[in-house]
Design a protein around this ligand. Structure first.
Ligand code: SF4
Length: 449
């Protein structure tokens, strides 16, 4: 077996993707004036590398620690210990700056091997040069991973293993046929009254089971700049049936505030767009991004909803709780979506814990997805019976708010189809026969005409 040390010079499958700095917006100045937290008391931020990361943001004004105030975050002992051990020269202020987190993403096998004792299967995947879904993990999320356990649920969801290199029967790169329902690049119009707006292909951390792994992390293939957005906006303006726009990607909350606000304001100007939704995993993998400035900006574009991608209860940390709290305090209704993943969260105890804890964060569990048959996902997929068993183990056994809708996004573009255990057991005369969560049967007089 190859040792971790020998990996130090190995470059991972794909090089680090540039974050979304290609936005063609001029920003006069950055003023992250958080209002809730005290000013930073530890260390100072060096801005030397920021202009490379967000050239448009720093065009007009050089970064300095006076132009950005970074909030202090509560964090677990594990995360604090991780920072001290692996980033001894990085201050709390830097660590809690989302730009620092993005700039210091872990994108190569060599970087990852500093923190994790990699398994053979992980090494094989990381050294494969076939150009699959890139590796990218924020240092914050890396602090949550268990160094010696390749079966650790969070680790499995972000560190590639060799299984993802094989395509099994029934899998495809675009099983939901999103490309077929795309009237203009970056926009999916499948359902009558709503569209999916793919604002970026960039995520701070890539999930190994991503439904859009065919497109995320590959900005060299597509233009996600302003001209791309303009075409999608023009389509929405011309399509009066669209009353709901879901901004997703990639992860739209990795965009700079100014770019996101530009998009939100353009959409808000369209009279028939009633609601805007954002789909994101940022509060989970990059909670530092949810600054007060961002929350204050977002609340100007209500009604705005947000669905957050959670996978496991270990993702609920003080940082994530704080991020959810800021968003909820900004009046944004929060939902969660979770992909059911073998060996990660396919256990009713795990998901009940996740869902109950989400309710305490004011996040309503919304969807539990059967894992889509994307290429290289067979090691993640569970039998459908497992999903039904989990819903059975939740419904009636805990708060109804903690029970999401279990859905299969039908391959071929059929859309989301809900599945329920067999609570409806048939008819007896004019009665319908039902069973409850305790397996007791009841009849309901279905006599209304
Ligand atoms: S955050 Fe969403 S878009 Fe990004 S890799 Fe994960 S599942 Fe895919």
């Amino acid at each position: 077996m190859e040792t971790n040390d020998s990996l130090s010079s190995v470059t991972a499958t794909a090089e680090a993707q540039e974050p979304p700095s290609t936005l063609l917006f001029t920003v006069e100045e950055i003023d992250e004036s958080d209002t809730e937290e005290p000013p930073p008391s530890e260390g100072a931020v060096s801005g030397a590398r920021y202009p490379q990361l967000f050239p448009s943001l720093f065009k007009e004004k050089e970064f300095s620690d006076k132009t950005i105030s970074i909030h202090k975050q509560a964090s677990t002992i594990k995360t604090r210990s991780f920072r001290r051990l692996y980033y001894p020269n990085v201050s709390m202020v830097q660590w809690n700056d989302w730009r620092w987190q993005i700039q210091n993403r872990i994108c190569t096998a060599g970087q990852l091997s500093r923190f994790l004792k990699l398994s053979d299967g992980e090494i094989q995947a990381l050294t494969y040069a076939g150009g699959g879904l890139p590796l990218s993990i924020t240092p914050y999320y890396a602090s949550l991973l268990k160094a010696k356990n390749p079966d650790h649920p969070l680790r499995r969801s972000v560190v590639p293993v060799v299984n993802e290199l094989y395509r099994s029967e029934g899998e495809s790169d675009d099983p939901l046929h999103e490309e077929n329902d795309s009237p203009v690049p970056g926009l999916v119009h499948r359902y009558p009254d709503r569209v999916l707006f793919l604002a970026t292909d960039f995520c701070s951390t890539y999930c190994r089971y991503c439904t859009r792994s065919r497109m995320v992390g590959r900005s060299s293939d597509r233009d996600y700049g302003k001209s791309h957005w303009e075409a999608a906006i023009a389509y929405i303006e011309a399509t009066a049936s669209v009353r709901d726009v879901l901004i997703s990607g990639g992860d739209p909350l990795t965009l700079p505030d100014e770019a996101l606000e530009w998009l939100l304001s353009r959409l808000r100007r369209i009279p028939h767009v009633e609601i805007i939704r954002i789909g994101t995993k940022v509060p989970v993998v990059l909670p530092q991004r949810i600054t007060m400035k961002l929350a204050n900006m977002l609340k100007r574009y209500h009604p705005l909803w947000m669905n957050i991608h959670f996978t496991h209860p270990e993702e609920i940390t003080p940082e994530t709780e704080n991020a959810c709290s800021r968003l909820a305090n900004a009046g944004i209704p929060l939902g969660s979506q979770t992909v059911l993943l073998r060996g990660v969260n396919d256990d009713v105890t795990v998901l009940k814990d996740l869902y109950q804890r989400l309710l305490t964060c004011r996040v309503r569990p919304y969807y539990l997805y059967q894992c889509d048959p994307i290429s290289g996902s067979s090691h993640f997929r569970t039998p459908v019976e497992k999903g039904l068993e989990i819903i059975e183990g939740l419904r009636g056994h805990t708060t109804g708010f903690a029970v999401p809708q279990y859905v299969i996004d039908a391959p071929g573009g059929g859309g989301k189809i809900p599945l329920l255990p067999d609570y409806f057991q048939g008819r007896h005369g004019s009665d319908i026969i039902l069973r409850n969560y305790e397996q007791r049967r009841f009849s309901y007089p279905d006599t209304a005409v």
